[in-house]
Design a protein around this ligand. Structure first.
Ligand code: FE2
Length: 290
């Protein structure tokens, strides 16, 4: 089994790097860490970067996850190849871009591009955000799934994730104590459905709600509270259809509670996404996924 230590970054294509850059810095509040030919790298915490916008197809998304060491990477490559996945070894240039010692890349059964990386760089210099959004770090993604039960079996089988809760067939998956690092959303396409950053507290969520409305950013869900993870959230629209989320107060499942933990089943209705009554303007949150 492949042991994912944590989610590490997302890489998103864009047709308008300047607009994406403005959004990442001025709206989300990320720190511009590095500019390369056709790509901007952003920090949200102590890590080298947690988000990349590169010039390319806006449907071209990659999520990166960290493995323990080179042996784990080699074993993961073999396990994926054995099951028929086309595994690409990372190039020296790719390692340089990602600031990792080594990586492999493959597509899951929906077609989502996944990087598995080892020894990703941290930075000694303190994260210095572009604005006072209260971000404490990149935390999770919503990931599209064209067959949620199939993809749940893959993520929980070969990739070692655990189901924390389900809304309809949409599984909220943990790979560490945090309630979810990947949320599978039943839909008809591949790609990252939303990008979550944690903020320090509910004050940051509410400050964002006022500030984003003032800036003319479309709020697509919230403010609200997820009954699953307990997090207070705000979702808003980013460039080229990407959804961004701030949230705070996500539940954790301690290692000593793992054995006795049972996922809860919620119906695919709005109150399963928000216990305060906010209604999502996000297609994947609205339709019955079953
Ligand atoms: Fe989320």
């Amino acid at each position: 089994m492949i042991d994912l230590l944590d989610i590490r970054y997302v890489r998103l294509g864009t047709r308008d790097l300047d607009a994406a850059d403005r959004f990442a810095r001025e709206v989300v509040g990320l720190e511009l860490a590095r500019v390369e030919a056709g790509a901007h790298y952003y920090r949200s915490d102590d890590r080298d970067h947690t988000l990349v916008y590169f010039e390319g197809d806006p449907a071209d998304h990659t999520a990166g996850f960290e493995l323990r060491d080179a042996d784990a990477l080699q074993a993961a490559a073999a396990a994926l190849s054995d099951r028929g996945f086309a595994v690409q070894a990372g190039s020296a240039h790719g390692c340089e871009q990602r600031q990792v010692r080594d990586y492999i890349s493959f597509r899951d059964l929906t077609g989502n591009r996944i990087d598995l990386v080892v020894r990703p760089q941290h930075r000694g210099r303190r994260h210095f955000p572009s604005r006072d959004a209260g971000i404490t770090g990149f935390s999770h993604i919503g990931l599209c799934s064209t067959d949620a039960p199939r993809d749940e079996a893959f993520w929980c089988g070969l990739l070692g994730a655990r189901v924390s809760d389900r809304i309809g067939d949409a599984a909220l998956l943990r790979i560490d104590p945090v309630h979810h690092k990947v949320a599978l959303f039943p839909t008809t396409r591949a790609g990252i459905q939303h990008v979550n950053h944690q903020v320090a507290g509910i004050d940051d969520v509410m400050r964002a709600w006022y500030l984003l409305r003032e800036k003319g950013v479309k709020i697509v869900f919230g403010p609200g509270r997820h009954p699953t993870s307990g997090a207070v959230f705000l979702y808003f629209e980013g460039p080229e259809g990407m959804v961004y989320e701030y949230s705070t107060g996500v539940r954790t499942i301690a290692p000593e509670d793992e054995a006795g933990y049972r996922p809860r089943q919620f119906p695919a209705v709005p109150s399963s996404f928000c216990m305060w009554g906010s209604l999502p303007d996000i297609p994947e949150f609205r339709k019955d996924p079953s």
